[in-house]
Design a protein around this ligand. Sequence first.
Ligand code: BGC
Length: 768
Amino acid sequence: MKLKTIAILSVPILMLILPACEPPLQDKKLTFTDRRKLERTGNASLESRIDQLLGEMTLEEKIGQMMQINNSEYSVSQDRGAHFGAPPDVQVSIDTSKLIPFIEKYKVGSFLNGVAVSNERWREYSQQLQEINMRYHRLKIPMIYGMDHMHGANYLENSTIFPHSINIAATFRLQFSADEATVVGEETAAIGHHWVFCPVVDLGRNPIWPRFYETYGEDPYLSAQMGAAYVRALQENPNTAPYRQAATAKHFIGYSDPDNGWDRTPADISDQTLQEFFVPPFQALADVGIKSFMINGGEVNGIPVHASHDLLTGLLRDQMGFKGVVVTDWEDVIRLHKWHKVAADMKEATYKAVMAGIDMSMTPYTTGFFDALKELVEEGQIPMERIDLSVARVLRLKMELGLFENPYPTQTAPPATRRPENVSKALQAARESLVLIKNENVLPLSKDIKKIVVAGLNANSKKGLSGGWTLRWIPDTDDLFPDYVPTVFSALQKEFDGARVELATSTDIVSRAVNADAIVLAVGEEPYSETPGNIYDIGLEEVQLELIRKAQSTGKPVVLVMIAGRPRVITNTLQDTDAFIWAGLPGFEGGTAIAKVLSGKVNPSGKMPFSYPAFSGHWYPYNHKNMERFFSHPDSMNTIAGFGHGLSYTTFEYTNLELSAAELTKEESITASMTVTNTGDRSGMESVLWFIKDEAGSVTRPVKALKHFEKVELQPGESKTLNFTIDPLKDLTYPDKNGEQLLEKGEFRVICGGIERSFFYTGGEAEQ
Ligand code: BGC
């Protein structure tokens, strides 16, 4: 019998529940005033300014700080419908007669949204908006502006567009996540974009979910690391001084795994799964000081998250210790009444959301929140201390960003956009994000190639490469895109100068392929964001499968490139496909990156940040439970590419996995080392992933869990020895359903490059 098993059977003294740094806050039964005291920072002058302002503010002025209005409501277009169809400059415009009442009467403290206009236009707009705010706000509290910059400054003309987060995750390089945030800051901090609604650390554990591409994939550790790198780079960028930006952790919590896979639909997630998988990435962002959280518009376990005191206060504030601003998602207060039906009217919806723990309502079209909250306070249903708690958080955010000192955008020319060094970072990220899933000696395409036929939905599409949240919420035409953005087709033409690169359709692909040396099929999806991305079937559409079959019928080598926000199932076509690349949504530089990988100028190095489903009806992530596969044939596969899979044009060998000790206690660590050698004939990059397997636990354990990763470049024949220091408190613990961290004695395994070594955790001094 294994030691761990003995430990568990002889519970509970051998199971260590780690003491939290301080007693759990929920035990303190905090009043709103206590809570406000607890959230005070060490900055005494800032806190006294907050106290002073709160003392001077009227109830209306306080409620206004808790509201965020969409820019459509004060743009110069006639009505909301016209606004969204209007030219970009009209969408980013101000009709003062519409704006002034929001500030004068409703004291609104925040606005949001936009589309891609020039940085000069944004500068003027932000200047005008803040000037009007300052003129009509009695206490001159600056407004804060929120933007969805999801993969670079996507609502700014001529900006540097990075790959979406699912691709950034595939690079396994935190630097790219940081680069993206740094460039967003450089391009937008000085033009009045104060508050960036990124990163998304919802887990990509439901591949049909239409926001899958906004995530960093299925693994909590990867997501936590990528998200934290983004937040640090955005919030701590000294080069944007005097301007600073706030990041937003979204969408807290459980949004990404709804039961039916559709956007904003109910999720049933056990407390255990929530704590073990969904909390850690959000916790990581809270730990690096992220300034805001945005809430999941769906329900979890029967309660809409916007109405859940357990999640918004018990979990987020008391357990996770988050002290910043909680903003609702789109219309999510009124939706408690209109959609979720947990409130009889707007007033009850407002009561529920505020008492659950929201600080600011993205209303975003109406002022009903103002009226409802005012009544609730005047009637004594919501105490003023509760309002003060939220307003203090909002004021603190504005002060920490320096908005009181620097409310206006730059008074000189806005910073340059699309600087060459930034574009090359986006290109490098795109290159390293492409995952070569299959290659039967066809890639890289020969230098002597005479003719390539290119076809497919995304063969000559700019919008397809960038996906949703690019220039518009959903970019529906390539006309929006600048000339300099290549498609796969135009990039291949440039790359294979001399070879004939021809674009084919489903009708002429067979005839065009007659004298071709290879067929490249860029299949996938059109752009979508949120609910419009709901689909019935994760299988690739029949019309695209038909194209693949036609290409295969020619007998020519077929290279399939999947350009899509989620993994569309293509298993039945895979056997006759010679090479398969998952390209995700690589952004403006994606066409070039794909062409360079196909030509071999770039050696692919991306690895799957999620498990690519083999079937439409059955899927589980790599870190599933043992019993998920217990009854299946050991060789059965439910993925065509598991988490961490990714081929290269060279080969890597993993040898000599060694551990510095066979046992450790709570105070000790073990160092695992592994030698990785480039055994091929060209240089390449390899992401080395370290997993831990807990052999037995009192709660069923995932078959393995990523704990560390590092990407290395190796020349042919070169070896590097890499280390992973196993810290029991960090790498061997897991939470129970209440969030208490457990560290259980017994056998563990470290797994790297398919090799495993076993070691034992024997407990700490105190437990001996
Ligand atoms: C989305 C958020 C986004 C917000 C503001 C919502 O519909 O769910 O991710 O930040 O709109 O545009």
